[in-house]
Design a protein around this ligand. Structure first.
Ligand code: GBH
Length: 485
């Protein structure tokens, strides 16, 4: 099959075609119906933290436009919608349960089920109640116990209708970016706090898995952001060591505690100076290793790694936010990300669809204990233009999505047990430290009017998913000009 005729042959019946968002990125209504600050509300208020001084206060007003947004999902024919619940809405300040907060998600779930769309719920996508941050945040072990309580609250309200439960989205970001590099909320730059946040989020995950299991949740998992760590020169021991270290901090310190109940030996050594050993109490690793039913994989780009100063002239990694901060890779500040000269997205991230195939095949081969996989995020930011006809001809994003979907198909053909793909994102939204400048949506949002327009990539994705569902292959690559429905 050539690149220009995407095939649906490799996707098994029942494969889930979805799209994803996160509460802080889409909801807005930051202080409505009892909600109080999350760390992202507080962080965004401090000048210099978020590009252009943008904040998540209004976002794309999904809190008020939810029924219309679900109608758009239905129009696209999505099988599933991956969303997150806001802890700061459900337990403002981390204190008592707020029934109005829970009610929003109850209405969302009902609306989805009514539309025939499977709700895929994530409990934590980075928006810790500021009240809990004031008490030490994820550097404080107590936050893990608070998370387990919050998980129970959400299950009590939605467990009768939601079958798929994800504890954390990308704990890498909410620990190492939030407490190490400071590029994400709460903006701390303290390597020891960052390592504590890693361990306490693991613990919170494990405790929530145990609680949810006892309460009867059907499918429980976690989403990790994983990346291929590729040594610039595989023959150079300095590059090889840098790639090992990056792989340890980016991938294996998350994968192995969760899948095997143990930190990798080399990571334990690397992180000893930052206090990892002292954080681990008897029983923790068993809790963290509680069996899960699926692993969510978020993948955007590979990382080419060197242990030498970068002389390529371009940071192949693409940086992260309003301004340069410290490195999130604790104890690995010397690592550089040289460029391979591949095309880039508007995030300056390299485009290399085959990296996704490689990652999935590697996971399947190296981890015999691996549960079924779902691609819970993949997508791209490009600078979109709305045409005179009111369409959004985003050919780059269409290409990106269809090529990555093909890479997932190729991985399945090579034995990876992948059961779903969620494109990031359903809507243009608050892209964290980049504010509203970077657009990832398959639906365009005019931030002045909140008007939504399905982009050509959304139409193409919808058509591909429909063809896969019906067993039609190959699929013509040119996006339809007319709206779907
Ligand atoms: C995902 O994270 C998020 O889950 C989602 O909310 C977000 O909107 C989406 O991606 C698009 O960004 O240069 O050192 O600061 C993506 C994973 C991890 C990619 C951090 C960028 C920057 C590291 N991100 N990385 S650094």
């Amino acid at each position: 099959m050539t690149k220009n005729t995407p095939t649906t042959d490799n996707f098994p019946p029942g494969f889930i075609w979805g799209s994803a968002t996160a509460a802080a990125q889409v909801e807005g209504a930051a202080w409505e119906d009892g909600k109080e600050d999350s760390v992202w509300d507080a962080f965004a208020r401090i000048p210099g933290n978020v590009l252009n001084g943008d904040t998540p206060a209004t976002a794309v007003d999904h809190y008020h436009r939810m029924p219309q947004d679900v109608a758009l999902m239905k129009q696209l024919g999505l099988d599933s919608y991956r969303f997150s619940t806001s802890w700061a809405r459900i337990r403002p300040g981390g204190r008592d349960v707020n029934p109005k907060g829970l009610d929003f998600y109850s209405r969302l779930v009902d609306e989805l089920l009514e539309a025939g769309i499977l709700p895929w719920l994530t409990l934590y996508h980075w928006d810790l109640p500021q009240g809990l941050e004031d008490a030490g945040g994820w550097a404080n072990r107590d936050t893990a116990y608070r998370f387990a309580e919050y998980a129970q609250d959400v299950y009590a309200a939605l467990g009768d209708r939601v079958r798929h439960w994800t504890t954390f989205n990308e704990p890498f970001c909410s620990s190492l970016l939030g407490y190490g590099s400071g590029v994400h909320a709460p903006g701390r730059q303290d390597p020891r706090a960052a390592v504590a946040a890693v361990h306490h989020q693991h613990l919170a995950h494990g405790m929530a898995v145990t609680e949810l299991r006892e309460l009867g949740a059907e499918q429980i998992g976690i989403t990790l952001n994983l990346s291929n760590s590729i040594p610039r020169d595989p023959a150079d021991p300095v590059d090889r060591e840098a790639a090992r270290l990056f792989d340890s901090l980016q991938n294996r310190i998350f994968l192995e505690p969760i899948l095997r109940g143990a930190y990798p030996e080399d990571s334990l050594k690397d992180l000893e100076p930052f206090g990892l050993h002292d954080l681990i109490r008897p029983g923790d690793m068993e809790t963290i290793g509680a069996p899960i039913d699926f692993l969510g994989v978020n993948h955007y780009h590979d990382d080419l790694i060197s242990g030498h100063p970068d002389t390529s002239g371009a940071d192949g990694h693409g940086g992260g936010g309003a301004r340069p901060k410290a490195s999130p890779w604790v104890g690995a500040e010397h690592i550089t990300f040289p460029s391979r000269g591949l095309p880039r997205t508007a995030m300056n991230w390299e485009v290399n669809p085959d990296g996704l195939r490689k990652l999935l095949v590697r996971l399947s081969q190296e981890y015999p204990e691996l549960p079924p996989l779902y691609i819970t995020e993949n997508g791209a930011a490009y600078d979109d233009v709305v045409s005179g006809e009111g369409t959004v001809p985003d050919a780059d994003r269409t290409r990106f999505i269809l090529d990555h979907v093909q890479a997932v198909g190729a991985a399945i053909e090579q034995g990876a047990d992948v059961r779903g793909y969620f494109v990031w994102s359903l809507l243009d939204n608050f892209e964290w430290s980049w504010g509203y400048e970077k657009r990832f949506g398959i639906i365009h949002v005019d931030y002045q009017t909140q008007v939504r327009t399905i982009k050509d990539s959304g139409l193409a994705y919808s058509r591909f998913a429909a063809a896969a569902r019906n067993g039609n292959s190959p699929v013509p690559e040119v996006p339809a000009a007319a709206p779907v429905g």
